[in-house]
Write a protein that binds this ligand. Structure first.
Ligand code: AMP
Ligand code: MG
Length: 435
């Protein structure tokens, strides 16, 4: 990826002063490649949650391992159904019982059946289960009608869930609770996962104070670092907190070099707006191949993106992907969600899925300018008929952090869309734990 020309040329196709969100996402996608396969570690199942599978998991066994019953009832040889004919009656003698974990020891002969419970092995000589509620039992004899029951029913076949030798889970999957259960059902105690992505992050700004410090007039508490930390934790990457960095070239250079050495991805907030200290741009050119974008999105217009190097000149030493996010707290979250998130997934080796947008009716009119994508904050609710409605959280200034806490979704207003009338349909993206 040591190709400045590559980056410059793929950005050159667009106007960096009005880069559509979809174009920014596409460029980031081209740059955010998974790290090498070498960085794999083995973890126990209990530690596997949210890790990215490094290789396909092939099932070592059939699941279920043997044919077994899907019902509480009686197992018998289905030939009896054919002999009795449609609308006929079958009469069988109960020869014994089969429980889950306690198979029937004998063989069922014709005219015999075996009392069987769900999950029990189907005894030799049987291939069909009649559910108990369809049966009349008198002593050791059962009778039932053949109507509504076919040969081979209520039987789970060996390998029906997972066949031995078939991939049970694919490389790139983010391991979920259900997957951990599935792996356990295969008797697998450990899996190969990719090393967690290391993401260094810091805040820039002379006005920023750390939580716990006094707040002199004109200063504000640094909230972005806390939001970023929490969001990164949710993504199960390894966060590397580099603190608050002052608005001067030497401090910034030091922070960026250190971050590039220590992490796969560097995320900063603040200092990328127009007119913001020119040393930022200047420095980026010294350290790497970074473009300054004005993305046609709100919030989140200014953003820097590219690759940094820890060595004396670009191409030397360690490299890291860099996201210079805007300073405004809401913009940080919007740009993280829509620009950074997918890159982190891709670099982690995870198969990324499109964000699940839902269509909802806007309760309010929303002012929206055509020619940019807007991510407004909303509160979505489902009505009794199952339709989604969304109410705006009110003022959409990108510094209004409380709007983010109050909201439960983004209202995603498309690039081309103009003002929205009350009653119009809009897309919403429910916060799924990342915000
Ligand atoms: P900047 O992009 O550096 O010009 O910052 C834009 C706005 O966001 C300014 O009002 C900053 O004070 C504010 N801001 C920048 N960084 C942070 C931060 N880490 N936490 C809270 N607010 C911030
Ligand atoms: Mg600043």
């Amino acid at each position: 990826m040591n190709s400045s020309r590559h980056f410059s040329s793929c950005v050159a196709e667009y106007d960096p002063n009005a880069l559509p969100v979809s174009a920014a996402q596409e460029i980031v996608r081209q740059w955010a490649l998974p790290r090498g396969r070498a960085e794999v570690e083995r973890v126990r199942l209990f530690d596997a949650l949210d890790r990215v599978l490094a290789e396909d998991v092939v099932s070592p066994i059939n699941v279920p391992s043997h044919d077994n019953s899907a019902m509480d009832g009686y197992a018998f040889d289905g030939v009896a159904l054919e002999e009795a004919g449609r609308e006929g009656q079958v009469e069988l003698k109960v020869a014994g019982k089969a429980l889950a974990g306690q198979p029937f020891a004998g063989v069922a002969l014709s005219a015999q059946c075996v009392r069987i419970m769900t999950g029990a092995l189907i005894p030799p000589g049987c291939d069909t289960i009649v559910p108990q509620e369809l049966v009349q039992r008198t002593g050791d004899t059962i009778t039932f009608g053949t109507a509504g029951i076919r040969r081979g029913v209520n039987r789970r076949l060996a390998g029906e869930d997972l066949a031995q030798g078939q991939p049970a889970l694919r490389a790139g999957r983010i391991v979920r609770a259900s997957d951990i259960g599935l792996l356990a059902s295969l008797g697998i105690a450990e899996i190969a996962v990719r090393r967690r992505l290391r993401v260094a992050f810091f805040s820039t700004g002379d006005e920023l104070r750390a939580v716990g410090e006094a707040l002199p007039p004109g200063s504000i508490y640094d909230s972005n670092r806390y939001t970023l930390y929490a969001t990164l934790r949710r993504m199960n990457v390894e966060p590397v907190d580099l603190g608050i960095v002052r608005d001067d070239r030497a401090s910034l250079e030091q922070a960026l070099r250190r971050a590039t050495r220590e992490a796969d991805v560097v995320i900063s907030s603040g200092g990328v707006s127009v007119g913001d200290a020119d040393f930022t741009r200047d420095l980026m050119n010294t350290l790497g191949d970074v473009a300054f974008w004005k993305i046609a999105m709100r919030p989140g217009r200014p953003l820097a993106f590219g690759r940094l190097w820890s060595g004396a000149r670009p191409g030397d030493g360690e490299s890291a992907l860099f996201f210079g996010l805007p300073g405004n707290p809401v913009a940080v979250m919007a740009t993280f969600y829509f620009i950074v998130r997918e890159a982190l997934l891709a670099m982690s080796g995870a198969t990324a899925h499109a964000l699940p947008l839902i269509s909802a009716t806007s309760t309010n009119p929303l002012s929206k300018r055509a020619g940019r994508t807007e991510f407004q904050r909303g509160i979505a609710q489902r009505d009794n008929a199952g339709r989604w409605h969304v109410v705006t959280t009110g003022p959409q200034g990108s510094g209004v952090l409380s709007s983010m806490s109050e909201a439960n979704c983004f209202i995603v207003l498309r690039h081309e869309a103009g003002n929205i009338d009350a009653g119009d349909s809009v897309d919403i993206l429910p916060f799924d734990g990342l915000i």
